[in-house]
Design a protein around this ligand. Structure first.
Ligand code: COA
Length: 260
């Protein structure tokens, strides 16, 4: 697929995906969502892509929400269909099996906050602003905000943001656990790449199965989640990478992981 609203650059295994509608603060219209769905499929299926960073074009916004112009035209059934489409795209990103970081460079509102939450980690510039302002428009979050936000920051913080529609700054987002790290704006992409390359230097099978256990396990009973974890632990115990990692520690040298 040729992208018109995304930039997709692959460098040494790291895909940099930039939502590129800066004149509309990178708002998620149907075309952006369709192209993001295709990008998610590439992440999940293309072996040369080892991990990805998702960001927004320009300094002002990561994503300022779903495209309000499109929302204004919808009725009950196409509204539901839009929510389901958006949820599916974000879930495909979340379950792509490769580490995905959001580099949040400004407003992450509504669908933008939801998109950042579907990423595995969030690194924010000092000027980032987060919020779920949907209630101000007479709607409620539709791309997973009511589900992922309480899982990330707890029910009390989530309800505060969803019911008041208030925007919070990067420091507050960090305090409540919505973002993992806050950095100066000019260092955002470099810091995101550093964090991702650090993860990619770990045992790749271990990273993949740890991601899967957390993403899938959250929807399971504790018993089932623990069984999934033990199965993954056993699977990893049969890999060359585990032997290499443990041997390298004992020999006081850096491991050379091969992903098998
Ligand atoms: N959907 C569609 N267009 C949007 C948008 C959105 N979610 N957010 C911003 N834009 C557009 C504006 O309409 C404007 O376009 P125009 O220049 O053609 O008029 C452009 O992006 C710049 O936005 P503007 O509002 O002029 O910037 P600002 O600095 O004054 O305000 C915000 C920035 C983020 C506070 C403001 O744009 C805003 O509140 N956006 C909506 C946020 C929201 O409710 N998101 C949830 C949607 S469900």
């Amino acid at each position: 697929m040729n992208y018109e609203t995304l930039l997709f650059d692959l460098k040494d295994g790291v895909a940099l995906i930039t939502i590129n509608r800066p004149d509309k603060l990178n708002a998620l219209n149907d075309q952006v969502l369709e192209e993001l769905g295709s990008a998610a499929e590439r992440l999940a299926t293309e072996d040369p892509i080892k991990g990805a960073i998702l960001t927004g074009a320009g300094r002002k916004a990561f994503v300022a929400g779903a495209d309000i112009g499109e929302l204004a035209k919808q009725g009950a059934f196409d509204g539901k269909a839009r929510a389901l489409r958006g949820q599916a795209v974000l879930r495909r990103l979340e379950t792509c099996g490769k580490p995905l970081l959001a580099a949040v460079n400004g407003y992450a509102l509504g669908g933008g906050c939801e998109l950042a939450m579907a990423c595995h980690l969030r690194i924010a510039s000092e000027n980032a602003r987060f919020g779920q302002p949907e209630v101000k428009l007479g709607i409620a979050p539709g791309y997973g905000g009511t589900q992922r936000l309480p899982r990330l920051v707890g029910k009390g913080n989530a309800l505060y943001l969803i019911l008041t529609g208030e925007m919070i700054d990067a420091g507050e987002a960090h305090r409540i656990g919505l973002v993992n790290k806050v950095v100066p704006a000019e260092q955002l992409l470099a810091e995101a790449e550093k964090m991702l390359r650090g993860i990619l230097a770990m045992g790749p099978l271990a990273v993949r199965l740890a991601l899967e256990a957390v993403e899938r396990g959250l929807g399971m009973t504790l018993e089932d989640g623990l069984l999934l974890e033990a199965n993954h632990f056993g699977l990893l115990a049969g890999t060359r990478d585990m032997k290499e990692g443990l041997t390298a520690f004992l020999e006081k040298r850096a491991p050379r992981f091969e992903g098998r």
